[in-house]
Design a protein around this ligand. Sequence first.
Ligand code: GLU
Ligand code: ZN
Length: 298
Amino acid sequence: MNSPAYIGRFAPTPSGFLHFGSLVAALASYLDARAVGGQWLVRMEDLDPPREPPGAQAAILQALEAYGFEWDGPVVYQSQRHDAYASVIERWFQQGLAYACTCSRKQLEPYEGVYPGLCRNLGHERRDAAIRLRVPELKYSFSDRVQGHVEQHLGKDAGDFVIQRRDGLYAYQLAVVLDDSWQGVTDIVRGADLLDSTPRQLYLLELLGLPAPRYLHVPLIIQPDGNKLGKSYRSPPLPADQAAPLLVRALLALGQSIDPHLAQASPADVMRWAIAHWAPEAIPKVRALAEAQLRKPA
Ligand code: GLU
Ligand code: ZN
């Protein structure tokens, strides 16, 4: 079988519209794929319908189109992949690797996000319970193409984590790993807010006997006050009529050098130029960048 050397992807969660931070991540993954003649996929991570504003999925795809992104094959929807998630969870539950947790949010508050294993050996029924995966008392590490060496002690820094919520919704960590490998993704390029998720994802890959992809985490774009850009902060959706100048601004955020004429070019021309000049080694080696500090586009 001839497996392609590079398959990249953009995997938006439709809990909001695309904003400048998502554009930076999408652009980095697109350019990194196209610069080496690789494929680029789009996957809609629609795992949480109650938190999805009506029209968000269509708006995301329209924005990608307006900004000159061209994806390969049909968009994959995680809402169509529940059987795959459920069968892995069932298997791990039967094997005792995963267990039911009935702890309330309030009960877990004092532990600041690291689950202390309260339900680990209680043998709860699955009904009305979240499902957690046991983690080993081990460090998981990887070498990020931009951020360098990253490591995390799963037991101390993450704890047994949720793979299916009490309300039945599947967790991002499991779905992303199953789908990336199902789609043959070789290179994950995404925002640095997910750096701390990567060791958990490496553990999931190990359990599944799957090879790890390459990782490149680009700086997260933050507001001057330190807030992450995103729906919670009500950052504005990407305006369709500002595609070229905002692509140029995203290229600046990625440390790329810019041709001054580009801001007046069409989005397709900016993309062509950016693919030809892609320099991943120029991406700033930081986890976050304040949007206001970006140079003004020429
Ligand atoms: N769906 C995730 C998000 O929008 C990104 C998943 C990923 O790139 O691994 O934050
Ligand atoms: Zn519990």
